[in-house]
Ligand binder design. Structure first.
Ligand SMILES: [Zn+2]
Length: 239
């Protein structure tokens, strides 16, 4: 998968109105060093969270007919969403980031432990037990991921729809109460890698689950609508 990113220097320094798009291979960190055809070198940060990107990858796989891959990406999106919630809650409480990383390493290789961390933090924050994902959907996911089950289009659609609603139901609460934590997570990318490079800028790309969307629109889009929306923007950002 390739991302198409416009050269920010063409826009700001050379005042070229057309987007001078540069192809970069999508990577895990969301940090891209690129060079446009005019020779501008820059480092770009994609501000979107890993779970947001993963959900879109799942939706694209769905649209292209790769249903096993779609389920796998939706499931991975949910797991990274748990991590994001844990990070956002703790970051909003000014927990030292080094200590957070030290602790996360203890659960990093076992997703069940991560879900456990999320459940108890959620209880502590909202005073009520979180809703676990429905058994039916967990079993479907396990069949696909661990048993090689080949899902049909309708089953995959149902799963994607469920995961989207599930993430939204929690994300709405996290956005409301832990905005400062979310801001810290977004800003951290700059601190970790940005200053080492001569030129860097952060950009935002459209995603289905868009944590930085305005309040009145966040969490209201259905899976079906989101696919239509993705169909409209994917060609401008991916290749
Ligand atoms: Zn350029």
């Amino acid at each position: 998968m390739k991302l198409l990113i416009s050269c920010q220097k063409c826009l700001t320094e050379d005042k070229i109105n057309d987007l001078n798009l540069v192809e970069v291979e999508m990577c895990d960190e969301g940090i891209y060093k690129m060079k446009c055809d005019k020779g501008h070198e820059s480092t770009i940060f994609i501000q979107e969270q890993k779970f947001e990107i993963l959900f879109d990858l799942g939706a694209m796989a769905f649209m292209d007919g790769y249903y096993r891959e779609a389920v796998s990406s939706f499931a991975a999106s949910l797991e990274r969403f748990y991590e994001f919630c844990v990070d956002a809650i703790l970051s909003s409480k000014n927990i030292d980031y080094g200590q957070y990383i030290k602790t996360w390493k203890m659960v990093a290789s076992q997703s069940e432990r991560q879900v456990g961390a999320f459940y108890f933090l959620y209880l502590n924050e909202f005073g009520a037990a979180p809703e676990p994902p429905e058994k039916k959907h967990v079993e479907f996911r396990n069949n696909v991921i661990h048993k090689g089950y080949i899902p049909k289009k309708a089953e995959t659609h149902e799963y994607g729809d469920y995961i989207l609603k599930y993430i939204y139901s929690v994300a709405v609460k996290i956005r409301k109460k832990h905005e400062s934590g979310i801001e810290k997570i977004t800003g951290r990318k700059h601190i970790i890698d940005g200053p080492k490079h001569q030129s860097y800028s952060a950009i935002s790309i459209p995603t289905i689950i868009h944590m930085s969307a305005p309040d009145d629109s966040f969490g209201k889009i259905t899976f079906k609508e989101s696919l239509n929306r993705l169909d409209g923007y994917r060609e401008f950002f991916t290749k």
